[in-house]
Design a protein around this ligand. Structure first.
Ligand SMILES: C[S@@+](CC[C@H](N)C(=O)[O-])C[C@H]1O[C@@H](n2cnc3c(N)ncnc32)[C@H](O)[C@@H]1O
Length: 303
């Protein structure tokens, strides 16, 4: 492992001492002392974690308290010892769209922008050789640590962003980068980083916001897009294909296109009290509050 990467990791770990992260970190550390035997995990659309054991009331309280401190839960759903954790996103919808399009058994796999690991926990059922998630957020890393304490996988979570992928000590057979490209100010550069991190014959599966049309163009929001601050480029499928070609990808396949619904993205008591419905024009659900086309995603596979 490069020493630069070790330094970045140490620097990222400093986040645990920040004022807003420290109480969450401590709550998750406390959870790691709870030893529940007979844990059963069911990987359905909801990931269910349960036990036949009677959980001590103080452990139950600690679990509930940690789950509350870990808000916002953006990806899910989970059911944790009977607590229905409805995340902002029904991530099962995206997962089920992609599921028929990958085979990761014995592969070295990365999930870039993995959030709390919802997809990785499900992907791990396919027995990849290695599964590594990359996400720079300390809160999502702590959500992952909480979940993984009970699910008990050997998935690795790196609290670093896609920009550090080049420092990683090995390459990947399959890279997922879902819902991240629009957050990058240099999308072609980011795609090149993915390309350089792939083994020969490796593949990427990505999804990103798109606009309709057959021209080679993209939308650059003036400020926010659907109230999201850090959205840079929203291409047509043709423009995205050009980006992929220019980054060196071939065999580019569009897997799916869909407009986000308020069934998939909604406000819940475990996330925020505002969500997609508040980000769209009240009179025209096909427009954002800023007057741009409402969020639509394209799912792509390329080698
Ligand atoms: C819109 S969410 C998508 C989450 C998940 N991949 C999905 O598709 O449902 C974007 C995720 O990317 C992460 N992220 C932000 N900047 C990143 C970066 N530079 N590299 C990798 N991930 C990043 C965020 O913390 C967040 O978890």
């Amino acid at each position: 492992m490069s020493s630069t990467l070790s330094k970045i990791r140490i620097k990222k770990d400093e986040a645990y001492s920040w004022k807003n992260i420290k109480p969450i970190y401590k709550a998750v550390q406390q959870i790691k002392n709870i030893d529940i035997i007979d844990i059963k995990v069911v990987f359905d659309d909801t990931i269910y974690i349960s036990t036949t054991q009677n959980i001590k009331s103080q452990d139950k309280e600690a679990i509930y308290e940690a789950l509350r401190l870990l808000i916002p839960w953006r990806k899910g759903p989970f059911d944790i010892f009977g607590i229905e954790l409805q995340a902002e996103w029904r991530s099962d919808i995206k997962y089920n769209i992609l599921r028929p399009h990958f085979d990761i058994k014995n592969k070295i796999v990365a999930d870039i922008g993995c959030n709390n690991g919802y997809y990785m926990f499900k992907m791990n059922q396919d027995r990849p050789k290695k599964l590594i998630g990359f996400d720079p957020s300390a809160v999502y890393k702590l959500q992952f640590d909480f979940l993984n304490h009970f699910i008990k996988t050997d998935i690795v979570f790196e609290m670093i962003g896609v920009e550090y992928l080049k420092l990683y000590n090995h390459k990947f057979d399959t890279i997922f980068m879902l819902g991240v490209l629009y957050h990058r100010p240099d999308p072609i550069g980011t795609l090149k980083q993915l390309k350089n991190a792939l083994n020969p014959r490796g593949e990427i599966i990505i999804d990103t916001f798109m606009i309709d049309g057959s021209d080679d163009i993209c939308l650059t929001p003036k400020q926010r897009y659907a109230k999201i601050p850090n959205i840079y480029f929203i291409p047509t499928v043709q423009a995205l294909t050009n980006w992929l070609n220019r980054a060196g990808f071939v065999d580019i396949k569009v897997l799916h296109i869909s407009q986000t619904s308020s069934h998939e993205q909604r406000a819940t008591k475990w996330s925020f009290n505002h969500s997609l419905d508040d980000f769209l024009d009240k009179k025209n659900k096909n427009l954002t509050t800023e007057g741009y086309p409402a969020p639509k995603r394209v799912y792509i596979k390329a080698t």
